[in-house]
Design a protein around this ligand. Structure first.
Ligand code: SAM
Length: 227
């Protein structure tokens, strides 16, 4: 059947079209706020396994440890991930610097505050000794120092909104990630200024990046290949 005839046959009038479109939108709509992150974790599981990547999962900006727990659930059985580490201030977004202020970032100082003790209790009880939470501003070297024990990185999740925080997480990751390790940026496409700044950071890094996937609305992942 040629394309014109096919189209005539499928189109059953506007009322039917509107109903079908509504159903299509509902079926394609995101069902849970963690959906893109869970998809990412499910999609890297096979890659980590077949490439025998050993190291740790590090999440820069782990908030209530929800994605961190999802990572533990999805990756701890079948991959070589040893520890699942989350870093956060736990008092919310830290102070922005001049660069952050120029980028029209969406949230304000103190957004995403949560209780460290409650998060730690959840992680200690539910992650089989493999969960770690580190409190503090990771733009500060003394906080990154606490990662020393876990610095062989297999998966780095950078989900910390401020460019100054993303930059610090990125630089630490590039220094310590294993060959073939994966970086997930949750805010890559949040606005074109951030995309542009991240592109600049990636160009400066002395490694090769292979595009991995896109997790709408803003997430993007890359494989990091050492030169
Ligand atoms: C969008 S939330 C993270 C959500 C989390 N990854 C999840 O999937 O549930 C961003 C977090 O980054 C944290 N953050 C931003 N900059 C930081 C920094 N320099 N040091 C520590 N935490 C930071 C904030 O406190 C906030 O909790």
């Amino acid at each position: 059947m040629n394309k014109k005839l096919e189209h005539k046959k499928v189109f059953g009038g506007y009322p039917k079209f509107k109903k079908e479109l509504n159903e299509l939108v509902v079926s394609l709509e995101q069902k849970h706020y963690l959906e893109r992150k869970v998809k990412f974790l499910l999609e890297i599981r096979g890659y980590l396994k077949t490439n025998k990547l050993f190291g740790n999962y590090i999440e820069f900006g782990s908030y209530r440890s929800e994605m961190q727990y999802a990572a533990f659930k999805i990756l701890s059985q079948s991959t070589g991930i040893e520890h699942f580490v989350g870093l956060d201030t736990y008092i919310g977004e830290p102070t922005k610097n001049r660069m952050d202020n120029k980028l029209n970032l969406f949230d304000a100082e103190g957004d995403f505050g949560c209780q460290f003790d409650k998060v730690k209790e959840f992680v200690d009880k539910n992650m089989n000794g493999k969960g770690v939470v580190i409190q503090g501003d990771f733009r500060d070297k003394s906080v990154l120092k606490k990662l020393d024990k876990y610095k062989q990185i297999a998966v780095s999740v950078i989900d910390c909104n401020l460019l100054s925080s993303i930059e610090s997480a990125f630089n630490y990751t590039i220094k310590n990630i294993v060959d073939g390790g994966i970086i997930y940026f949750d805010d890559f496409f949040y606005n074109i200024k951030i995309s542009n700044e991240l592109n600049k950071l990636m160009k400066k890094a002395n490694v090769n990046f292979i595009e991995h996937s896109f997790y709408p609305p803003f997430g993007k992942s890359y494989l990091v290949i050492r030169k």
